[in-house]
Design a protein around this ligand. Structure first.
Ligand SMILES: *Cc1c(COP(=O)(O)O)cnc(C)c1O
Length: 233
């Protein structure tokens, strides 16, 4: 089933790229494997997936050593400062940085481990109470502060759009995040690039691609509905 789902998502990604006049190579499909057993991840790997997204440090730490080393792991969930040390050096990107404090901890740990960490700034574009992330207006200032830290590199922006039945309702939020990335890029800040735009999930990734997403994070659409009762969230 996972292989079939992946094929269907892949076709939808290609169709959206075509519709938007973009190359398929501009968009990375991240398979969000949180709560999934290793057997599911292996199946996706066998079908060609190399980018996996997880939202819990413990799950990342458990899964990484069990799977092939050519996988790029993406930390997409809220990250606590005291857990930074467990993932620096192991993940290829942290999508969910939303404070200077957190960035400082990542930077310190990267220096300590003599490594470099790529991050995205999480923006709560719709300003939902329940979500992490800085506001659109706070983002540029945070970017400028984090840019000065050693061994941490801002590669772009990330957002989690509101849950909605109608993905068209999220188009405005994706467009705003894209505009923000253009505005920040124009500032030409040292140590900052805006090449990554991580937006779009199962319900709205096609719209996100039309609005410029370079990473879409798809869980349910690949692995099916999640059941939190066994592993919790
Ligand atoms: C769970 C999760 C996703 C994937 O959600 P689906 O609706 O299952 O595709 C994407 N991004 C983040 C940050 C998530 O936590």
């Amino acid at each position: 089933m996972i292989r079939e789902n992946l094929n269907a998502v892949e076709q939808a990604v290609e169709a959206s790229c075509q519709k938007a006049g973009r190359e398929r190579g501009e968009v990375t499909l991240i398979a969000v494997s949180k709560t999934r057993p290793l057997s599911d991840l292996r199946e996706a790997y066998e079908a060609g997936t190399r980018d996996f997204g997880e939202n819990k440090v413990q799950e990342l730490v458990d899964k990484i050593p069990e799977l092939p080393s050519d996988i790029r792991w993406h930390m997409i969930g809220h990250l606590q400062r005291n857990k930074v040390k467990y993932i620096v050096g192991k993940v290829s990107m942290i999508h969910s940085v939303d404070s200077l404090h957190l960035a400082e901890e990542i930077s310190k740990e990267a220096v300590r481990k003599n490594t470099e960490v790529d991050i995205l700034i999480e923006v709560n574009v719709a300003e939902e109470e329940s979500k992490y992330g800085v506001t659109l207006s706070e983002a540029p200032g945070l970017v400028e502060q984090i840019a000065q830290l050693p061994s941490i590199h801002i590669k772009g922006l990330m957002t989690i759009a509101p849950f909605t039945e109608n993905p068209e309702e999220n188009r405005i939020f994706f467009r705003k995040l894209k505009q923000l990335s253009v505005d920040i890029e124009r500032k030409n800040i040292d140590n900052v690039s805006m090449v990554v735009l991580s937006m779009g999930m199962t319900g709205d990734y096609t719209v996100a691609i039309e609005e410029g997403a370079t990473c879409v994070r798809v869980g349910t659409g690949i692995f099916g509905e999640r059941h939190y009762d066994t592993q919790g969230e």
